[in-house]
Every structure is written in structure tokens, then in C-alpha cells.
Design a protein around this ligand. Structure first.
Ligand SMILES: [Zn+2]
Length: 88
């Protein structure tokens, strides 16, 4: 694994430290969990199960991927029988 070989442009980082990040929703994982990307420095965040914003690490990307798949299949299933309420 190469750590920061392609250095991001320093300016967006300075901008963010001065003005704060400008996060946009980059992906809706479930009704509660979303992924955000800063439009300046490309820093990524996600919502954890407590609803807090945390850094989107590869581990959380994996978790979100699984969550998304579960969410979609649950949505499809819940159209046939109401089973979803037992999980949330
Ligand atoms: Zn930023």
C-alpha cells in the first residue's frame, strides 16, 4: 500500500482548514446512512450507526457496501411481506 504518493493539492486543504469542509452527499447507503465527500479536498465521511459523522475508512466502505445490499434486498422483500420492522 502506498501512502499519499499522489499528494492532493495543498490549496483545498488550506481552504478547508480556514472555511471548513464543504460536504456533499456522494452516496445514499440506507435511509439513515449516507456517504459524504468534501468538494474541495475530497475527504470522505459516513454516518455510523449512532448517526455520528465519522471518517470513511476502507473498513467502513465495506460495511456500507454490505448495509446497502441488505437495505436493497430488504426493501424488495418488504414489498411482499412486512418483515423490515423487526430489524430497525
Ligand atoms: Zn475539505
Amino acid at each position: 500500500m502506498s501512502k499519499t504518493t499522489n499528494k492532493p493539492n495543498l490549496f483545498p486543504r488550506i481552504y478547508c482548514s480556514l472555511f471548513g469542509h464543504d460536504y456533499e452527499i456522494s452516496k445514499k447507503v440506507t435511509h439513515h446512512v449516507k456517504e459524504y465527500t468534501c468538494s474541495h479536498c475530497k475527504k470522505e465521511l459516513t454516518t455510523n450507526s449512532n448517526g455520528d459523522l465519522i471518517e470513511l475508512t476502507p473498513k467502513f466502505k465495506e460495511i456500507n457496501d454490505i448495509l446497502e445490499r441488505m437495505y436493497i434486498s430488504r426493501m424488495q422483500r418488504s414489498k411482499k411481506k412486512t418483515f423490515a420492522s423487526s430489524i430497525y
